[in-house]
Each structure stands twice: as structure tokens, then as C-alpha cells.
Design a protein around this ligand. Structure first.
Ligand SMILES: Cc1ncc(COP(=O)(O)O)c(C=O)c1O
Length: 403
């Protein structure tokens, strides 16, 4: 089933066709599922063959301020280590810093570190060795890829019309298949919205001896009320909960790559058997420690995101046009295109303006009606909005209207 989102009175509505009939849990139409086990689609400049044309990348959603000065200083200071020091394959010092940062009495035995959150997703899927997975779509494609590579049978559950997780459908499915790994992304990529209360309901109701929840909080650090929105405070209540974070995203370390996972030591121990030694390089560990110590950098980023997101949202939705921004809680948001194909729109933005956005038709379950853009600094955002304005005024010239 392809998701079609309508906007009625600024409210986002998912048009799910048969989602209200007796077959409550939808399985996607085969053509919209991931078909290759090689890789799945991402943003970033190397997602396009024309990457030399990219002047501003709005397709990847990392910290708009990039890397902090303090972190860069630490990297420069320690760069010579790359020639002669093997990194600590256990990442002990970094784990200690993560434990201090996350609080809630978590110690090193509860933490695993990976070469980006993506490595941990794949290793975790292998480690739990379950028959099924449950994926709430549209979402980050690596959950689907990891499940398929492990030979899991996937149950796909669509978000509701209001882009909320349908807890009743997830619980229904996990009752039928209790040996399941549930993947949930909060805030969700690409919709950008938070669903914490619903996720709490799910974790409190699933069979804790059989069903495991991998909760991806890779974007949670961009929220102002992280303490209320993250489930990290509940980690000791649930032996079957694993929380994933991406330092790549929050601290602007895309080229270095760093992520961590927090879970009960029995899960961390299982995960250990699938980890390749030294997958997290020495400079990434040093950068990670320095990044956690520089919380001012994150606070500044959060302020910019909030201000700029509101500015972009208001500007895009000021008047009736073919591009409508959807509400978001984080550093990226969806734009619904009216009567325009997202692939064609992405091409024109890149060819004419050197701006790369994410075409969302590559997300399982999404149509060609959406693009996703990151929230960047004011100057970049103004450039994007001007480009969108130009294209919207020249839809005929650029042959963008569908009919
Ligand atoms: C929800 C989500 N989790 C994890 C990742 C990947 O994080 P990393 O770059 O640290 O592997 C992404 C990347 O887009 C993402 O969207």
C-alpha cells in the first residue's frame, strides 16, 4: 500500500485506502518494498550522480552548525595518533562519557558503541536472532534492510492519518508473532514527529520475554524537552528495550561516524558477539568524548533549528501554492507537492539552483508527492526558499505540472 497524505485545514491526513477494513495490518504492495539486499536509499551528496552540482545539501539531516570548534580542536591535537595507536576496541572512555551524559545510573555494561547508528541496527538485528520484525512506515530504510538480511519476516504497519503510530495494530501483530523485533523511530524519519506516549504504551504492553523494541532516538537530541520525550529514563524498567542514538547526526560527525545503543547488559552481551573489533576508529572516539563535553554547541543548534523551522514553515505556507510544509518537531520536514512529481522537482532544484533535497519516493510506502528538506542556517534556508519560490512561479516553463 502506498501512503498518500492529504492536507485538510493544515492537518496532515494519511489516506490509507483500505486501512479501515477488517484487515487492520497492512502489508505493502510488493513493488514498494525494498527489493535489493545491497543497500537502501539515503540522502547526502553521493546519493546523486551529479554531486559536483550540489552547492547546498538539504537532503541529509545533520546538526545545522556542523561539528563544534572544541571537537575540531581535539581532533587536530590528536591527529598523529592515527599512525601508531590502535584504538580501544572496547571504547571504554567514550562509554564512560556516554554513561555520565545519559545519567539514570547507566554504566558501561549497558552501552555499545558503533561506527554510526547504522552499524548497530544491523548488528542488533543479527544479535537478537528473532523470526519476525515489525516496521512502522514510512521510516528509515535500514530497519527493513537489516531485517531482510537476517531473513526475518516483516510486518509493515502504516502510520495513522495523523502520522501517529497505531499502537493497537502494533500490539495486535506482536501478539500474533511474539518473537518479533519492533523497530520504532522517534522522532520519526521522514515525518519528523514525536510519538513518545504511544511508544510507552507499546513497550508496557508487549511480551517482555519474547518481543524486543529497538527505539531509534537518533534525532531526539534536537528536541528542547528531551527529558520528557526520550525513553532513556525507562531503560531499567524494560529488559526488552534498546535505545539507539546517532552522534553522527546530533554532533555533526557525518564523515567520522559514531553511534551508541543502550540496553540491558544481556542484550549488550549478545550484540558484542557480532561486533567487529576496532570498527569505531580512534579519532571518532576522541571526537565523541569532546562532543559530549560541549553541550553549548547542541543548545545553540537547537535554538537555530526551532527558529529556522518556524520561519521556513510560515514562509512556505503563507499563501496557497504547490508546496506545503508539514509540521515537524525536528531538524527536517516534509513538503507535500501538489500535482508535481518529486523526482522531477528534485532534479530541477539541483540543475537550476544547485540545491539537493530528498525525493521521498525512495521511502518504502511513499508516493512521488513529497520531498524532505533539512533545517540549515538562515542564509542557506533563504536560498532554498527563494529557489522554491522561483520554481513554483515557473512550473510550466520547467514542465513540472503532472497534467
Ligand atoms: C532514523 C535514523 N537512524 C539512524 C541513522 C543513521 O545514523 P548514522 O549516520 O549514525 O549511521 C539515520 C540516518 O539518516 C536515521 O535517519
Amino acid at each position: 500500500m502506498i501512503i498518500d497524505i492529504d492536507i485538510i485545514d493544515s492537518e496532515v491526513l494519511l489516506n490509507l485506502g483500505d486501512s479501515n477494513n477488517g484487515n487492520r495490518v497492512n502489508n505493502l504492495h510488493a513493488s514498494k518494498k525494498l527489493t535489493s539486499l545491497d543497500s537502501c536509499s539515503h540522502g547526502g551528496i553521493y546519493s546523486t550522480k551529479n554531486y559536483l552540482k550540489v552547492k547546498i545539501d538539504f537532503s541529509s539531516n545533520v546538526n545545522p552548525l556542523g561539528i563544534s570548534r572544541q571537537v575540531l580542536k581535539e581532533i587536530r591535537k590528536n591527529i598523529k595518533q592515527i599512525s601508531h595507536i590502535y584504538p580501544d576496541s572496547n571504547c571504554n572512555l567514550l562509554k564512560k562519557n556516554i554513561a555520565d551524559y545519559t545519567e539514570h545510573g547507566i554504566d558501561k555494561d549497558w552501552i555499545s558503541v558503533g561506527n554510526g547508528a547504522t552499524e548497530l541496527i544491523h548488528n542488533f538485528a543479527k544479535a537478537v536472532s528473532l523470526k519476525n520484525s515489525i516496521i512502522i512506515y514510512p521510516t528509515f530504510c535500514e530497519y527493513e534492510l537489516a531485517s531482510k538480511r537476517c531473513g526475518m519476516k516483516i510486518d509493515y504497519i502504516p502510520l495513522s492519518k495523523k502520522l501517529e503510530i497505531q499502537a493497537n495494530l502494533v500490539l495486535e501483530k506482536s501478539k500474533i508473532n511474539p518473537n518479533s523485533l519492533i523497530f520504532i523511530c522517534n522522532p520519526n524519519n521522514p515525518t519528523g514527529q514525536v510519538n513518545t506516549d504511544i511508544i510507552e504504551k507499546i513497550i508496557s504492553c508487549i511480551d517482555s520475554s519474547k518481543t524486543i523494541l529497538l527505539l531509534d532516538e537518533s534525532f531526539i537530541e534536537f528536541l528542547n524537552d528531551i527529558e520528557r520525550k526520550s525513553l532513556i529514563s525507562k531503560i531499567k524498567e524494560y529488559k526488552n528495550l534498546a535505545i539507539l542514538r546517532s552522534m553522527t547526526k546530533s554532533y555533526g560527525l557525518a564523515g567520522l561516524r559514531l553511534g551508541y545503543l543502550i540496553a540491558h547488559p544481556h542484550l549488550i552481551q549478545k550484540l558484542k558477539s557480532f561486533q567487529i573489533p576496532w570498527s569505531v576508529n580512534g579519532i571518532a572516539q576522541i571526537a565523541g568524548i569532546a562532543a559530549l563535553k560541549d553541550q553549548v554547541h547542541i543548545s545553540r543548534a537547537k535554538k537555530i533549528i526551532q527558529k529556522e523551522r518556524n520561519y521556513m514553515y510560515k514562509t512556505l505556507n503563507k499563501e496557497e501554492s504547490n508546496t506545503h510544509a508539514l509540521r515537524s518537531d525536528v531538524n527536517f520536514f516534509l513538503i507535500k507537492l501538489k500535482n508535481i512529481d518529486s523526482i522531477a522537482y528534485q532534479k530541477i532544484l539541483l540543475n537550476i539552483h544547485g540545491i539537493l533535497v530528498r525525493d521521498c519516493s525512495s521511502f518504502t510506502g511513499m508516493s512521488t508527492d513529497f520531498i524532505r528538506v533539512a533545517v540549515r542556517t538562515h542564509r542557506d534556508n533563504v536560498t532554498l526558499l527563494k529557489a522554491i519560490y522561483d520554481i513554483n512561479n515557473n512550473l510550466y516553463k520547467y514542465k513540472l505540472l503532472k497534467n
